[in-house]
Ligand binder design. Structure first.
Ligand code: UDP
Length: 381
């Protein structure tokens, strides 16, 4: 079959690879001048530092087949994400752990004592948190919420935490020991040479051709049997029913002749500091050594037409509009919508790869059974 995959990020590359290995001819197009989507990495010509061009990407998963998959295409180096936050004039360890709690409250509690103490802070009258704020108040209480989550979340999402789903906070652990690893996952690491060479290796198959600087136009479907669309779901329909909301990020790059902040990610919890975090990219490759340093101050704002869409907003309004786009997608033949943008969800890289592998398998099963492939293998709801 002749397959067109729109977008040369993780979804397009992984699906393309699976289908090419099954003998199909895959053409992957991308409007940008590079592969890798928002995982794209590039070496900074001035300092030699490996840059995470669209913001930090740290690979972490519990999905062993996915871990084996990425290791097939890149050498992974050990990496632990240890995030700090500057809030109310001090630096603290994240995610909230025993060090954070002891420092914040000026105490020397042991794990059980801290657990009991946080239970006195937490608002346990909230039985079923309906939003981010309630989830945070129930988990850690008002003082920690206001120092670490309230201002940051307002800056990141551009709305009150009372309007956001509780699920966003569930991404973060709360620990009553000194483990400051940001993620719970068993497998964590960073590709030694960056994500772009890893994705180039996934794409390196005789059944795959890649055309960069190539925008999709509807006439392209005439030459193919099926399309996998990893662009924005509403973008496929030219935003005809309205625009789904996204947050985009602005990066203010600056260089420093040494070690600027001593860690890869420094969050800023205070509302009156306009950026959400500063990332210092050489610390994402701790096995390299560089004299100079490149940092990004990261600012979040509502995406406008032409901006890079980063985080799907998914508030009440978007959810209603999303339903209409889901219906439109289901009524479209021979197109499958995939990935973070195509299914309008906040996906980590490992989930994106898992879903891409599953999507390719379902597609091949449908072909074998002579059934029409579905518009969505992973539900956007
Ligand atoms: N968050 C926060 N303070 C922090 C870090 C995170 O309030 O210092 C909240 C914020 O709403 C964010 C969410 O927790 O969107 C998830 O954080 P994560 O670090 O997973 O965000 P990402 O790295 O994906 O932007």
């Amino acid at each position: 079959m002749r397959i067109l995959l729109v977008g040369a990020g993780l979804s397009g590359a992984v699906i393309g690879r699976s289908l090419a290995e099954a003998g199909h001819a895959c053409r992957i197009i991308d409007a940008r001048d590079h592969i890798g989507g928002n995982c794209h990495t590039a070496r900074d010509p001035e300092t030699g530092v490996m840059l995470h061009v669209y913001g930090p990407h740290i690979f972490h998963t519990d999905d062993e087949p996915v871990w084996n998959y990425v290791n097939r295409f890149a050498d992974f180096m050990p990496f632990r994400n240890r995030v700090k936050t500057t809030a109310q004039g001090r630096v603290y360890s994240l995610p909230i752990n025993l060090l954070t709690i002891n420092q914040f409250f000026g105490k020397t509690m042991r794990p059980d004592e801290a657990r009991d103490f946080i239970a006195t802070q937490a608002d346990l009258s909230i039985k079923e948190p309906r939003n981010f704020e309630e989830q945070a108040l129930r988990l850690v209480g008002r003082d920690l919420y206001e120092a670490f989550f309230k201002g940051y979340t307002q800056k990141q999402w551009g709305c009150s935490p009372t309007e956001l789903p509780a699920s966003i906070l569930k991404r973060l652990p709360l620990r009553f020991n000194y483990d400051d690893n940001y993620f719970f996952h068993r497998f964590q690491g960073m590709p030694r040479d960056g994500y772009t060479p890893m994705i180039a290796a996934i794409l390196d198959h005789p059944g795959i051709t890649v055309d960069l600087d190539t925008a999709y136009h509807p006439g392209m479907v005439r030459d193919v049997d099926h399309v996998f669309w990893s662009g924005p779901l509403d973008g496929y329909f030219d935003h005809a029913l309205g625009r789904l909301g996204y947050r985009t990020l602005d990066f203010e790059r600056f260089t420093y002749g040494g070690d600027y902040q001593g860690c890869a990610v420094m969050n800023y919890g205070d509302r009156d500091v306009p950026w959400t975090r500063i990332t210092e990219h050489k610390h994402f490759s701790p096995w390299e050594s560089h004299e100079g340093s490149v940092c990004y101050r990261e600012y979040s704002r509502a995406a406008q037409p032409g901006d890079v869409p980063c985080y799907p907003v998914r508030l009440v309004e978007e959810k209603a509009l999303l339903e209409t786009y889901i219906a439109a997608a289901r009524a479209t033949e021979a197109v499958t919508f995939v990935g973070r943008l195509g299914t309008y969800r906040y996906l980590d890289m490992d989930v994106t790869i898992r879903e891409a592998l599953d999507t390719a398998r379902v597609f091949l099963d449908c072909l074998a059974a002579r059934r029409a492939p579905p518009a969505f293998v992973s539900s956007p709801r």
